[in-house]
Design a protein around this ligand. Structure first.
Ligand code: SAM
Length: 284
């Protein structure tokens, strides 16, 4: 294989030129897993032919999924990561000393095994942190067995709504997740690139508003996820994202002693600014 071609959006293909033979290429019980080095995008993880992670720009995604909700909340102790088998988001969450326990629920243990081997420079020992428990489970089923009010934060580091991940975009998923959150808890969700996936944002926001008192969207840009802005949506009952002023965020950021590549309190506040076309989509 000299090139990897991704067709995620109708009428658009992304082609990456490989920098050598694939590092991993196998079919697990759930999906086709590929890991390869590329000439322009660094080391890439793809599942069923769809790019999940590139080590060149994963920080723009994992840092922006983890740090904004933790710093907005201010006292996150128990975290649920849905999906996230590459460990990138887990590594960011575990940077916070206030975090006491992380449950990472990924349906496919082979993604974790291979990410330990080939993305150790990204997940940096997260899977060996005593605070983290890995559950090789369908997160939709895991949530059905989760005690209510258990988590301060749930992060849906989910792929696109295909294959085993379809259940992670259904109405019941949000209802179950809402029940698993504590009173001031918050859920944050990978919600695609609205330029190519407007319906994913529109539909997610409608379902979030049906299950949470407060809901909204903030933005990041991950060049490997082509299409410009990536939407990260959130839902909460006891607090609202964006309430924290820059002084509070800055104080919490420095108190946590965070070393980041992409996240800063200014980027956090800027992520809340939506262009009108995207704000209209988020109205559902
Ligand atoms: N950053 C990526 C993105 O934005 O598309 C997502 C990365 S992460 C690798 C996605 C993970 O979700 C995969 O490891 C996959 O195995 C897992 N997954 C898919 N469906 C799942 C389900 N129903 N329950 C738990 N994990 C699931």
């Amino acid at each position: 294989m000299k090139t990897f071609s991704e067709t995620l959006h109708a009428g658009f293909d992304q082609v990456m030129h490989l920098a050598g033979p694939p590092l991993a290429d196998e079919h697990s019980d759930f999906q086709h897993i590929q890991i390869f080095d590329t000439k322009a995008n660094g080391r890439v993880l793809a599942l069923d032919g769809i790019v999940q992670l590139s080590d060149r720009d994963e920080a723009a995604y994992s840092e922006m999924l983890a740090h904004p909700p933790i710093l907005e909340h201010g006292a996150v102790k128990r975290v649920l990561i849905i999906g996230g088998g590459d460990g990138a988001v887990a590594e960011e969450v575990l940077k916070h000393r206030s975090v006491e326990a992380v449950d990472l629920v990924d349906i496919d243990a082979r993604v974790v095994d291979l990410s330990r081997d080939y993305f150790a420079h990204v997940n940096r020992g997260a899977f060996d942190d005593p605070r983290l428990t890995f559950h090789a489970r369908d997160a939709f089923e895991f949530l059905a067995e989760t005690a209510s009010g258990h988590y301060d934060l749930a992060i849906a580091d989910r792929p696109d709504p295909v294959g085993p991940a379809e259940s992670l975009f259904a109405e019941d998923f949000y209802a179950r997740l809402q029940s698993a959150l504590a009173e001031r808890g918050m859920g944050v969700f990978q919600t695609g690139c609205p330029f190519f996936q407007p319906d994913e944002l529109r539909e997610t926001m409608t379902l979030l508003r049906g299950n949470f008192a407060n809901a909204g969207v903030y933005l990041t840009v991950v060049p490997t996820y082509t299409g410009g802005f990536m939407a990260l949506t959130w839902g909460a009952n006891g607090l609202a994202f964006g309430e924290c002023d820059i002084e509070t965020l800055t104080r919490r950021f420095h108190a946590a002693g965070l070393k980041t590549t992409h996240y800063t309190p200014d980027m956090h506040r800027a992520a809340l600014a939506l262009p009108p076309w995207l704000a209209r989509l988020a109205q559902g």
